[in-house]
Design a protein around this ligand. Sequence first.
Ligand code: BES
Ligand code: MN
Ligand code: MN
Length: 468
Amino acid sequence: MDNGFSKDSLATYAAGQRERFERTLAELVEIPTVSVEPERKPDMRRGADSAVRLLESMGAKAKLYETPGHPIVYGRFDRGAGLPTITVYNHLDVQPAEGPDWRTSPFEFVRQGDRYFGRGTTDDKGPAITALFGAKYAFDNGVAANIHFLWEFEEEIGSPHFETTIIDRAKDFATDSVVVSDTVWVSRARPAQPAGLRGLQGLRFELKTGQTDQHSGTAGGAARNPVTEMCQLISECVDGKTGRVKIPGFYTDVVPPTRKELQDLEGCGFTVAGFKKDHLYKTLRVEDALEVMKRIWMMPTFEVHGIAGGYQGPGVKTIIPPKATAIVSCRLVPDMNPKKIVKLVSDFVKSKNPDVKITAEHALPAYQGKTTGPYADAIRSSIKLAFGKEPVFVREGGSIGAVLSMEKVLKVPVFFLGLSLPEHGYHAPNENFDWSQAKGGMAAFASYFQQVAAMGSAGGKALPAARA
Ligand code: BES
Ligand code: MN
Ligand code: MN
């Protein structure tokens, strides 16, 4: 590659930045930016302020945008008008982190050798600052592009104010392309170039059949039990053993994978043994690798995240509870429509148990990405340069609300350069990131910026590339 950065100079830069990288990640991880918890509002603000200071300390200009919810932080390394602008998207909010399974305190940054523990290390604070360090190298070494950072603080709650904010400030956020770093590789040995994301429809089921606890010896037998009814309802919606959704019409709009996509799966390096190890499972619903991959990346689901109601303490307290709640979501694939799914599920639930109240929560359609064209080629070659391996095309099973909004509002192509690994434990206890992904990631990003700059502003105009 002409004028490209050499692998050696990138490795030297990364090594020299390691201490600063760790200090920076520690500072971000130690601010508990849990977007779903209302009492964290001051921490969300502290997190956003700290992100602004971080961007400024790296030599970028930075601005905080208010939204009706949590802020958005925007940073820019500006070289000049007429040059291509590349926007990097990450989110700096995190999932809640309680529970007994954490070996270290979740909001304390703990380094053990090359591993970094703490909530948000891999989802998505580590990748965010990795990209930032890569950008600083590219910018300081004369790359002819403007590099911008779009950092959201509401991704983990479905990005409720993202789209309206970028519509209102469309001029500020104008760009030629977006690269998102918030996805997972197949394994450490197999980088992934995501060809799509699943969508998501969140739902709450609530059932109230009484006013207070009642003695099950005096009322039991005649009284309705909301927990039992909720369990029956759930099992009418989905087969618990196989996962098959039993709601009529649920699968009607599902687009099956193409032959090319199935071929890509065959060579992608996924193994069931590795999957079980990374996610700490001893048994699964199915054991065939192709079947597991189809299920986690290409098929919709109906999942119960939590079911609550009744007595949870020691011994057996013999009461009949008055209410039950189930928190549910459906992962969606192309061409499923979130609104249609809400209607299907609501109508079905009403027909089975008219007393259950349904509330729809975040609604995100699935996303189909582009895997061809100059940007996709630049992603591939930057990963190859940095990690010595070509990425494989797979769809990702998770969802990122901002992606569709950026494509729609900014009217530019969106690509993925993710750095997380399955064993990093997305949303799990003992979430971690590691130096080898950070070091390689800095190099990959620097190289990507350099290659997109070399495409010139015409590179952007030649697009949008055909969808895969
Ligand atoms: N980084 C994930 C999305 C993701 C997960 C990409 C797995 C690839 C593989 C993101 O932070 C996330 O967790 N999104 C939520 C969104 C939801 C709460 C609206 C998700 O997918 O559950
Ligand atoms: Mn994420
Ligand atoms: Mn997440």
